[in-house]
Design a protein around this ligand. Structure first.
Ligand code: ZN
Length: 409
């Protein structure tokens, strides 16, 4: 008996580790031990049969909100992790300086999923739905850097949300302070865009190589394409310079028109992330595999969307040797998927529809060498009421679970 767990007979897609094809994955303790063809089942204490399934590194979601019970947006990570294959969760800005110690204590410590954070430049984080930058007293660079410094294992960068409501008249000053904090801490910064003002060009001017622009396929006024669908020159320059373009679908930030125009012109996003939270988990986002399925419908290949949700985000975080890869020695985070075939309706946040023929559905999620147990989601927070669009998705059977069930018949 050499291995603790063997995943046998699956089709491995591992852009980070360079594996592709019918190979087995052997795990010893919490690390990937061997990836090769025909590992005998007797070599492992436990075997998972992956026949007819795809085996990938555990997904790395670069944009999530998991500060459950404390912030407006936060969901609980583990129930979604266990059913979606997302083993690493980057919470982006739910915590600010004053509630970061609580994030570690109440969220990171009890979770089975791997959780990291970007610290909000606003010291109150995302306690309220928005306006966190409207009072510049909250944008305290010193306290942001002090808390980052004392939580270096957890905080991997700085987050700032720049749109009309978050800033409410403070313009790009919060962005300037986030830039200063990121530079002082020598970490990347993630900037959220949406409805202006400010103008997108004034925002992009603050970004440096390695920084992340999230909501890069927004359909709102700060979008990266012009009326004809052409990528803006300022966006092109930022992208060429090394700014990371991240999806962050969420409840208001993903437009099929914007994404389609960019991809048709050869600009595939660097990272596909969910922006899963209390308002987006009931659709049309639902979860990261469903979001990845939308990019298959837009013409990307399965290995491309897997790279955009494993090795690419891992590299953005500087963790490419530990997560988002099945290379031997890496952490044993693995996901199994079925690719359901059918004629599936997908929707963006404006309820524009595109049909695709593949729905990515997770079957097994392994973190640290251990398969996660399925868990029920906690009930929605009291301020959540499903929108008319969300109710109609359920009524029409256009949820991922209902679509997958129908495709098997
Ligand atoms: Zn977000």
């Amino acid at each position: 008996m050499h291995f603790d767990l063997l995943i046998k007979g699956g089709e491995v897609v591992d852009p980070g580790g360079g594996h592709q094809g019918r190979v087995d994955v052997a795990i010893k303790r919490n690390r990937i031990a061997v990836v090769e063809a025909n590992i005998p089942p007797e070599a492992a204490f436990r075997v998972i049969d992956a026949t007819d399934q795809y085996v990938t590194p555990g997904l790395v979601d670069l944009h999530t909100h998991v500060y459950h019970n404390v912030t407006t947006w936060g969901i609980q990570a583990d129930p979604v992790a266990a059913r979606s294959g997302v083993t690493t969760w980057l919470d982006v800005g739910s915590a600010g300086a004053y509630n970061l110690p609580g994030f570690r204590e109440f969220i990171v410590k009890p979770a089975d999923a791997r959780i990291y954070a970007l610290l909000n430049i606003s010291s109150i984080g995302l306690t309220a739905p928005t306006w966190e930058l409207a009072n510049l007293n909250h944008c305290d660079v010193d306290i942001c850097c002090k808390l980052t410094d004392s939580h270096r294992d957890l905080v991997l960068g700085i987050k700032v949300r720049i749109d009309k409501n978050t800033t409410s008249g403070t313009g790009v000053e919060p962005l300037r302070r986030a830039r200063e904090a990121a530079e002082r801490c020598e970490l990347p910064m993630m900037v959220h865009i949406g409805m202006g003002p400010p103008d997108i060009a004034d925002v992009l001017a603050f970004l440096r190589p390695g920084d992340i622009l999230t909501h890069c396929c927004t359909g709102h006024s700060m979008r990266l394409v012009d009326e004809t669908g052409k990528l803006l020159d300022v966006a092109r320059r930022a992208w060429d310079m090394g700014v990371v373009m991240d999806i962050g679908h969420g409840a208001g930030s993903f437009s099929f028109n914007t994404a389609g125009a960019m991809i048709d012109a050869g600009h595939q996003p660097d990272v596909i992330s969910s922006d899963i939270h209390q308002f987006s988990i009931h659709g049309p986002l639902f979860d990261l595999p469903t979001c990845m399925s939308k990019f298959l419908a837009l013409g990307m290949t399965f290995p491309q969307v897997v790279a955009a949700a494993t090795s690419r985000p891992a590299a953005v975080l500087g963790l490419q040797n530990e997560i988002g890869t099945l290379q031997p020695g890496a952490l044993a985070d693995v996901a199994l998927f079925r690719l359901e075939q059918g004629d599936f309706p997908f929707y963006d946040v404006h309820m524009n529809q595109r049909n695709g023929n593949t729905l990515i559905r997770n079957t097994v999620t392994i973190v640290n060498g251990r398969p996660m147990a399925l868990l029920a989601d906690p009930p929605p927070m009291p301020w959540i009421e499903l929108t008319g669009d969300q109710r109609s998705l359920i009524e029409r059977g256009h949820t991922p679970a209902a679509l997958a069930a129908s495709s098997k018949m």
